[in-house]
Design a protein around this ligand. Structure first.
Ligand code: URA
Length: 433
């Protein structure tokens, strides 16, 4: 068998055997496959597709390409949530402390911003002093003591995905359903969560545009997780407009804190608390109504907010920022984007995410520093009625922001007719369906 043969067979539409897939993935992780060969393989998969069995084999081989994350010794059920990426999605910052306050353990690895989408690690680093680089012993101790810990993955876990993802990123092969499924699930299976919720985004600001493609991706990933013995559920959710009303690291942390204080009631709050309740139901084996009651109780009592303080402090951060937003500053200059005419607003997540990147709030090159203070504040959401000249968006920047302001303006169209309402949650897959 050669790498050439594996690519050639896939290109001709033939199903690959487990051995062929494993051989290829080992060559990716071990350096035996060149970037050109990885690109050709990924493009063949994107164009020809993969069966569920092939995708499962690819996932397993990728998981086995590196180290496993050791399960902390703490007892109890470990839960995890994974979003396929969006704009203003800070659900993890809400969900991890809520779940810990309710007696489930949320000890998870998260990522940094990718393209126009934000990353939980970048947001967590807004807390002065907080580190996301934890040793396995620190991770384990915090999982046991606090019940909530969010850290960065080490390079030893799923090295095959790191190489394949870097090649996909520059060869227009990110948006392949089997490749996304194997990439996400190989990382989940290398970790130890017992119960996993997948939030699969569709729409203008998502990596997968079509709702039915997102639903297929969700079903495929749930199937892979179940085959590997994990308890799985999923949501297919709309990312046509940003989830919350703020885009930008410090601003999103403030908004997540607002949800935990019970002060913010928007799509971010609705989705975070819905996901927390669904995970809690599976983790504790309680009814949906009881899970919802406990989640709401953790917010109302302040227990979830206290868990966030504990989590931030345990990772070396200044937990006073939870109560003192001057420690989560916003950039000093302000600009407004106004409605060009009377009509109904339609918000577009992609240009808003890109505008945040142009302001310095995301990366244009791997490894760049992120400006946590720049922000976009949505003053109107899809469907609202405006008059010409009324403000749609407030931008917090540091000057020289013309390109970003231009892109931010593309984040809104004002139309004559109200746009068709899209449900936030299009479909869910529950454990017992
Ligand atoms: N997130 C991942 O981890 N992998 C993908 O392929 C897409 C989104």
């Amino acid at each position: 068998m050669t790498i050439y043969d594996v690519i050639d067979r896939k290109k001709r539409g033939q199903a690959l055997s487990d051995e062929e897939i494993r051989y290829f993935v080992q060559a990716v992780a071990g350096g035996g496959a060149s970037d050109a060969q990885i690109a050709a393989f990924c493009m063949a998969v994107l164009l020809v597709g993969m069966s569920e069995a092939e995708c499962f084999a690819l996932t397993r081989a990728m998981t086995d390409s590196g180290a496993r994350v050791p399960r902390p010794r703490a007892g109890g059920v470990f839960v995890d949530k994974h979003s396929t990426g969006g704009v203003s999605d800070s659900t993890t910052l809400v969900l991890a402390p809520v779940l810990a306050a309710c007696g489930a353990r949320c000890a998870k690895y998260s990522g940094r911003g990718l393209g126009h989408t934000g990353g939980t690690l970048d947001k967590l680093e807004c807390f002065p002093g907080l580190t996301v680089s934890l040793t396995p012993a620190q991770f384990e101790a915090q999982a046991e003591r606090v019940g909530a810990v969010v850290a960065g993955q080490t390079a030893q876990v799923v090295p095959a995905d790191k190489r394949m993802y870097a090649v996909r990123d520059v060869t227009a092969t990110v948006d392949s359903i089997p490749l996304i499924a194997a990439s996400v699930m190989s990382k989940k299976l290398a970790s130890f969560a017992d119960v996993i919720l997948l939030d699969v985004k569709y729409g203008e600001g998502a990596f997968v545009r079509g709702v039915e493609d997102a639903a297929s991706l969700a079903a495929l990933m749930v199937g892979i997780g179940r085959r590997a013995g994990r308890r799985m559920c999923a949501s297919v959710t709309c990312m046509d407009q940003p989830l919350g009303d703020w885009v930008g690291c410090c601003a999103e942390v403030r908004e997540a804190v607002g949800v935990l204080r019970g002060e913010v009631q928007n799509d971010l709050a609705a989705l975070s608390l819905d996901h927390a309740a669904r995970l809690l139901r599976l983790a504790l084996g309680i009814s949906a109504a009881e899970a919802e009651r406990r989640v709401k109780g953790a917010v109302a009592s302040g227990a979830a907010l206290q868990k966030l303080r504990d989590m931030v402090a345990a990772q070396g951060g200044d937990a006073r920022a939870v109560d003192d937003f001057s420690l989560l500053p916003l950039a000093p200059q302000r600009a407004l984007i106004r409605a060009p005419r009377d009509g109904f607003v339609r918000v577009h997540a992609l240009p808003l995410g890109q505008a945040c990147v142009l302001l310095g709030g995301g990366r244009q090159r791997a490894g760049e520093a992120v400006d946590h203070t720049v922000a976009l504040h949505l003053l109107r959401r899809t469907g609202s009625r405006v008059r010409a000249g009324e403000p749609l968006l407030e931008v917090f920047h540091r000057g020289g922001a013309q390109a970003a302001l231009g892109r931010a303006a593309e984040g809104f169209s004002v139309e004559q007719m109200p746009p068709a309402a899209q449900p936030l949650i299009y479909r869910t897959i529950e454990e017992d369906t």
